[in-house]
Design a protein around this ligand. Structure first.
Ligand SMILES: *[C@@H]1O[C@H](CO)[C@@H](O)[C@H](O)[C@H]1NC(C)=O
Length: 170
């Protein structure tokens, strides 16, 4: 009898725990979704060109709307957050190009590659974040175009690809 009663209480206790767990999970995923939404609102708009790891946030120094105005000879910091699906990404080889009238030219990026040595990649609550500086070459044409940013892993696999409209200014 006592054993049965004990079992009964135990079952109730387990049921309470299960409900708790469930509520916790729901709250956690709601918070996650809310945070992602918050990031996407704060992010500059960009076009994803086939990222393996979803880009959740893009920030370009002193740019609040697209096309991003970029002065020749400037060095501009770019910050990106992405979800590495828990894979612990710690190396990124950047390949960034300017695109004007379908003509692509290589952009100078630093640090590149981004590895553990420069503090350019770090964990964020929703995955990883990296930053890099892009140099706006004085030879770029003063016109509208876009910046095409690809980041690859050590095996040259494309992890991130996004494109953002820019306008080069003098
Ligand atoms: C700027 O562009 C010129 C001409 O395309 C090139 O020779 C030079 O290496 C570029 N500078 C940098 C820092 O990429």
């Amino acid at each position: 009898m006592r054993g049965a009663l004990m079992g009964y209480y135990l079952k109730i206790l387990l049921a309470i725990c299960a409900v708790h767990e469930l509520a916790g999970g729901v709250i956690r995923s709601t918070t996650d979704a809310a945070y992602k939404k918050y990031l996407s609102i704060k992010s500059l708009p960009f076009e994803d060109c086939g990222s393996l790891y979803q880009v959740s946030y893009l920030e370009i120094e002193s740019c609040t709307t697209v096309p991003c105005s970029m002065a020749r000879n400037a060095i501009i910091k770019v910050t990106v957050r992405f979800d590495d699906n828990g894979n612990g990404v710690s190396f990124l080889k950047h390949e960034v190009r300017w695109v004007f009238n379908y003509i692509k030219t290589q952009a100078a990026i630093s640090p590149d590659p981004c590895d553990g040595d420069h503090g350019c990649i770090e964990s964020a609550s929703d995955g990883k974040a990296y930053w890099a500086n892009i140099f706006v070459n004085e030879t770029l044409p003063v016109m509208r175009g876009s910046m095409l940013w690809e980041s690859k892993d050590a095996n040259n696999q494309n992890l991130i690809c996004f494109q953002v409209p820019v306008v080069i200014t003098v």
